[in-house]
Design a protein around this ligand. Structure first.
Ligand SMILES: [Fe+2]
Ligand SMILES: [Fe+2]
Length: 286
């Protein structure tokens, strides 16, 4: 067991001969292409083509019933025009992030496990919240949602009983962060953000991930920005046990102080829930 005195950092993974999760090559290149407004459909298509598996999957998803396209899409350029840059990013980011989870054989952490399910759900809520409250940054929040708990994958590498610790104690939020600090001298949000910095992901994504369990702060624009991912995380948890497709509701009461901090009322929350479920339906066919 790792003890508190170790104050775990990324270097400890190297010292223990543990490999860090590797950022998929195409992930960074796609972010660069999508962030530069001068890039066009051809630039995006060329980037996707550099990853043959991704190319096949983008075409498969583009031809799925979700997009309701009557004529088959045969080229990437056509798929991008139909789905749009933002739609392509949702598909590509989810596919490449899911690969990271495939390294784990643990039922809870694997690519079909509860943590992946929670991560996609958080990403869907983050995207839906942003679309309503801060539409320019949907891609950023979607990505932060997908990756916000990646530190848990890392802690499991160090301590194989980590998933039991989380599940047996039904630990979440502050309680989990507190327990992780006792055991590892760090917590999954901080460790995950360090990994994303190491990958050279945009600072804003690293910041959101690092602070997704911090107490609710009011007023300051930066705090409001961070609270959006916290709301998405809470909505994902609250909707998990009995979510019914096509019907938006939350099983546990949402923290009204947290909702207030981003300017959302209960009616707005249900609208966000409905939009999140639309995105989750897309993620299910990926
Ligand atoms: Fe978390
Ligand atoms: Fe989470």
């Amino acid at each position: 067991m790792v003890t508190r005195s170790t104050f775990l950092t990324l270097d400890d993974f190297h010292k223990r001969n543990l490999s860090l999760p590797i950022c998929p090559d195409v992930f960074i290149r796609l972010i660069e292409v999508l962030e530069d407004p001068k890039n066009n459909v051809g630039d995006l298509a060329r980037t996707i083509i550099s990853d043959p598996a991704l190319t096949t999957q983008v075409l498969r998803v583009s031809n799925s019933a979700f997009f309701g396209i009557s004529r088959q899409v045969c080229s990437l350029e056509e798929a991008i025009l139909r789905i749009g840059f933002k739609g392509i990013w949702i598909i590509a980011a989810a596919l490449k992030t899911q690969e990271l989870y495939q390294i784990s054989t643990c039922d809870w952490l694997g690519s079909h496990g509860a943590l992946w399910e929670h991560s996609t759900r958080t990403a869907a809520f983050a995207h839906a919240l942003c679309k309503r409250l801060n539409p320019l940054f949907c891609d950023i929040y979607f990505t932060a949602g997908l990756l916000h708990d990646i530190g848990k994958l890392m802690l499991h590498q160090l301590e194989p009983r980590y998933s039991e610790i989380c599940q047996n104690g039904k630990l979440c939020g502050y309680d989990l962060v507190w327990r992780e600090m006792e055991l590892f001298g760090t917590h999954h949000a901080k460790l995950g953000a360090e990994l994303l910095m190491h990958w050279n992901l945009p600072d804003v994504i690293c910041d959101l991930v690092a602070h997704h369990h911090e107490p609710v702060g009011q007023g300051e624009p930066l705090q409001r920005t961070r609270n959006l991912l916290r709301v998405a995380n809470e909505m994902a948890r609250s909707s998990e046990p009995t979510l019914v497709p096509g019907y938006a509701f939350f099983n546990t009461p949402l923290d009204t102080e947290l909702l207030d901090s981003v300017g959302l009322d209960m009616e707005g929350s249900l609208a966000v829930g409905a939009e999140a479920q639309r995105i989750m339906r897309l993620l299910k066919i990926i």
